[in-house]
Design a protein around this ligand. Structure first.
Ligand code: EPZ
Length: 417
């Protein structure tokens, strides 16, 4: 899939099944390195990032079987170095480091790649592992880590809230000697899911989801079974699809309590929202949304991964909306593509955009820059006047499973070229 032809003027209506969370599944795959026993993981989304993660595990010597459920056997890992060509493809590859170090006392990986949404340092990951007793050297973009004996539990205050670094430290601490406290920890639902998975394997983690996580190290972990939580960002993306196209969409097999900040903003935009145990329905009742003021922040605040989708909503809303991005330092690249479609967006300073809502976007040739921007530009094509061609959609399949197919089932007309 490299480009999509997207017919405009669509109202999107119907039911959609939400896939497993990319940002829970990726770290949980790497966490399976921590145990020599077999693990079984269900509800893993079929994404290119997941496939790259599996290739990395296989390279290390992990045995993988997939038949709707992912069977992972990390008993015979015999390589503690991950190759450049795989590491560079996904940011998530940094999560190899903590588990290899905790279980084998050594690991060597290149600095990871990932979306071009700004500088992606890993200093918080490395500092956390050093605090736990690792010796880490960085040479020619390669991280070389080792520890004599076991890692040692410590009190660690995160000078900045980081999802990835919280996960790295939490995973390494499961096998460290003694207690670890992660203070000012990230609180994302994905971190709660990872802690649940590790506790299923016999780890001792309490407080995940709060800003203080307590881990009592154990000698080794067992096997176990786990089901990945639903993807809250995919859910939010389909709810924005309903709001922006003035339609009615019900998202099934999702978790409403993970979307409180998103649902609050969509209600403020004028949407009628109903929720049940595992479903969320958004009814825009054919109305144009009202403009919103959005300020991204760590969970439970408004998620940065929904920033682009809400910029689209503000672009066609009544009034003037603003979006301030506080997590990444370069996450507005996609706005130039929306401006090509007629959106009136101004970048006020490097982390705030102002959107003067217009009734309709016009079709154009647009180019994706990261996975959330890709979904946003496809939605923009669905509601614009005319045929929009969306290029570089390889970004999309990194994080959205069957996105064009799911949209077509909701009344879109998207052709994959
Ligand atoms: C995770 O990235 C997600 N990726 C991102 O989702 C998400 O946007 C982000 O968390 C914030 O919620 C995955 O889970 C694979 P951070 P991560 O560490 O862990 C800085 C998507 O679209 N920082 O919370 O990389 C960093 O530069 C992706 O699915 C350091 O300075 O995010 C950023 O400004 C995009 N040093 C801020 O902290 C570090 O060592 C938050 O980053 C680590 C991060």
């Amino acid at each position: 899939m490299s480009k999509l032809y997207v017919e405009g003027n669509k109202s999107l209506n119907g039911n959609v099944i939400i896939s497993g969370s990319k940002n829970a599944a990726l770290p949980i795959l790497f966490m399976s390195i921590l145990t020599e026993e077999k693990v079984k993981i269900s509800n893993v989304p079929n994404l290119t990032d997941i496939n790259i993660a599996l290739k990395l595990l296989i390279y290390l010597g992990v045995k993988i079987k997939y038949n709707k459920i992912l069977y992972i056997d990390a008993s015979s890992i015999n390589i503690f170095y991950a190759p450049y060509h795989l590491i560079k493809k996904i940011r998530a590859s940094i999560w190899i480091l903590g588990p290899l170090l905790a279980r084998f006392g050594k690991a060597k990986i290149f600095l990871p790649g990932g979306c071009k949404i700004g500088n992606r340092p890993v200093d918080l990951h490395l500092n956390g592992l050093i605090k736990l007793g690792a010796t880490i050297t960085l040479k020619n973009n390669c991280i070389d880590a080792y520890v004599k004996g076991r890692l040692q539990g410590k009190y660690i205050f995160m000078k900045r809230i980081s999802v990835g670094a919280t996960i790295t430290i939490m995973s390494a601490a499961t096998l460290a000697e003694g207690f670890t406290i992660i203070d000012n920890a990230a609180r994302e639902p994905e971190i709660v899911d990872i802690a649940k998975f590790l506790n299923t394997l016999g780890a001792n983690i309490i407080g995940a989801g709060s800003n203080k996580i307590y881990i009592k190290g154990v000698i080794k972990l067992n096997g176990g079974t786990h089901k990945i939580i639903p993807d809250r960002i995919e859910t939010g993306t389909f709810l924005v699809a309903a709001a922006a196209s003035q339609g009615l969409i019900t998202c099934h097999e999702t978790e409403p309590k993970h979307l409180n900040s998103i649902l609050m903003k969509l209600t403020e935009a004028g949407a009628k929202i109903k929720t049940g145990k595992d479903w969320i329905q958004l009814d825009m009742r054919g109305k144009r949304p009202k403009s919103l003021h959005i300020h991204t922040s760590p969970y439970p605040g408004f998620p940065t991964d929904m920033q682009a989708q809400f910029a689209l909503l503000n672009s066609i809303s009544e009034g003037i909306g603003t979006i301030t991005e506080t997590i990444f330092d370069n996450r507005f690249i996609y706005t130039s593509e929306l401006i090509n479609m007629g959106a009136k967006i101004k970048v006020q300073n490097n982390n705030t955009i102002i959107c003067h809502g217009i009734p309709k976007l016009t079709s154009s040739n647009v180019f994706c820059s990261d996975l959330r921007a890709s979904a946003t530009l496809i939605l923009a094509g669905c509601i614009a006047v005319g045929l929009t061609i969306v290029h570089r959609t390889y970004h999309l399949i990194r994080g959205y499973e069957l996105f064009p197919d799911k949209l077509n089932q909701l009344g879109a007309d998207i052709k994959i070229i």
